[in-house]
Design a protein around this ligand. Structure first.
Ligand SMILES: NC(=O)c1ccc[n+]([C@@H]2O[C@H](COP(=O)([O-])OP(=O)(O)OC[C@H]3O[C@@H](n4cnc5c(N)ncnc54)[C@H](OP(=O)(O)O)[C@@H]3O)[C@@H](O)[C@H]2O)c1
Length: 266
C-alpha cells in the first residue's frame, strides 16, 4: 500500500470515529410520535442525551424518553412546550440547560397541517400553521442559538417537506411554511458557517405517521402512484438522514436540503 493510500485510509478512519454523538445534547421538537419519535430514538442510539419535546402527548413523550433511557447510553427526558409560544420555549430552554448544560443539536421537527383549498382558508387556518411550523422554528432556534453557535459541532436541522418545493392542493399554508424553512436554512447556514456550526433541512416525502393517516384513502392512493419507490417512507428512513447530519462527521455539509422522498421530483 502506498503512503498516499495509507493517509487516505487514516482519514476515513478518523471521520468514522467522529460518527457518534456520545458527548452531545440534542433537542427534538415534536418528539412524542411520528418522525420526531424516530429522530429522538436515532439520536439516542448514537449515544446522545435527548430532550423529547411535545405539546400535548405527555404519556407518549415520556414513553419515548424511557425507551431511549433503557436502550441507549445517554439520558433522555420529555419536556412540554408549545413551540408556537415563545415564553414556553424559553422556559423549556432554561429547564434543558439546568439539566444537561448547553445544547449541541436542535431538530426543529414539530409541525401541523390545517388543510383546505385557499378559497375556504381563513386567517386562523393560515396563522396556526405558519406560527407552529415557521414561528416555532424561529422560537426554538432563537432560544438555543448561542448554544449551537458556540458548540464544537453545533447542528441545526429543520424538518421541511417535499410540499415546500412542489406545492400541494389544499396546502397553501403548509407549503408556504415549508418553503420558508428552505430560505431560513440557507440564510442561517451562512451566518453560522464562520462559527463552524451547520444548518440543514431534511425534506421528507409522504411518511407513515398520524399526519398522513388523516388524508383520505383515495388521495393517499393517488399520492402513492406518484412516488417512484411506490410506497410511503417509514419514519426511521427520515430519521437516518437527520442522524447523519447531526453527527460530527457531517461537518462539511451545510445549507443543504436533503430530500428523503422516494424519488419524487422536488
Ligand atoms: N408525515 C408526513 O408525510 C410528512 C411529510 C413531510 C414532512 N413532514 C414533517 O415532519 C414533521 C413531523 O411530522 P409527523 O408526520 O411526524 O407528524 P405527527 O405524527 O402529526 O406528529 C407531530 C409531532 O409534532 C408535535 N407538535 C405539533 N404541534 C406542536 C407544537 N405547537 N409544539 C410542540 N410540538 C408540537 C406533536 O406533539 P403532540 O403529540 O404532543 O401533539 C407530535 O409530536 C412535521 O414538521 C411535518 O410537517 C411530515
Amino acid at each position: 500500500m502506498s503512503g498516499l493510500e495509507r493517509d487516505a485510509l487514516a482519514r476515513v478512519e478518523e471521520t468514522r470515529e467522529r460518527g457518534g454523538l456520545a458527548d452531545a445534547t440534542c433537542v427534538v421538537t415534536g418528539g412524542s410520535r411520528g418522525i420526531g419519535r424516530a429522530i429522538a430514538t436515532e439520536l439516542g442510539a448514537a449515544g446522545a442525551d435527548v430532550v423529547v419535546n411535545y405539546r400535548s402527548s405527555a404519556d407518549r413523550a415520556n414513553a419515548v424518553a424511557e425507551a431511549i433511557d433503557d436502550a441507549a447510553e445517554g439520558e433522555a427526558t420529555a419536556v412540554r412546550a408549545d413551540v408556537a409560544d415563545p415564553e414556553a420555549v424559553e422556559s423549556m430552554a432554561t429547564a434543558v440547560r439546568e439539566r444537561f448544560g448547553p445544547v449541541d443539536v436542535l431538530v426543529n421537527n414539530a409541525g401541523i397541517t390545517v388543510d383546505t383549498p385557499f378559497e375556504r382558508m381563513d386567517r386562523s387556518d393560515w396563522q396556526r400553521v405558519i406560527e407552529t411550523n415557521l414561528g416555532g422554528t424561529f422560537n426554538c432556534t432563537n432560544a438555543f442559538y448561542e448554544d449551537i453557535r458556540d458548540a464544537d459541532a453545533g447542528r441545526l436541522i429543520n424538518v421541511g417537506s417535499v410540499v415546500g418545493r412542489r406545492g400541494n392542493y389544499g396546502q397553501t399554508n403548509y407549503a408556504a411554511s415549508k418553503s420558508g424553512l428552505i430560505g431560513f436554512t440557507r440564510s442561517l447556514a451562512l451566518e453560522l458557517a464562520p462559527h463552524g456550526s451547520t444548518v440543514n433541512c431534511v425534506a421528507p416525502g409522504f411518511t407513515e405517521t398520524e399526519m398522513l393517516e388523516v388524508v383520505r384513502e383515495d388521495v393517499q392512493e393517488a399520492i402513492r402512484e406518484d412516488i417512484p419507490l411506490d410506497r410511503f417512507a417509514a419514519p426511521e428512513e427520515v430519521a437516518a438522514a437527520v442522524g447523519f447530519l447531526a453527527a460530527p462527521r457531517a461537518s462539511y455539509v451545510t445549507g443543504e436540503i436533503v430530500n428523503v422522498n422516494g424519488g419524487m421530483y422536488a
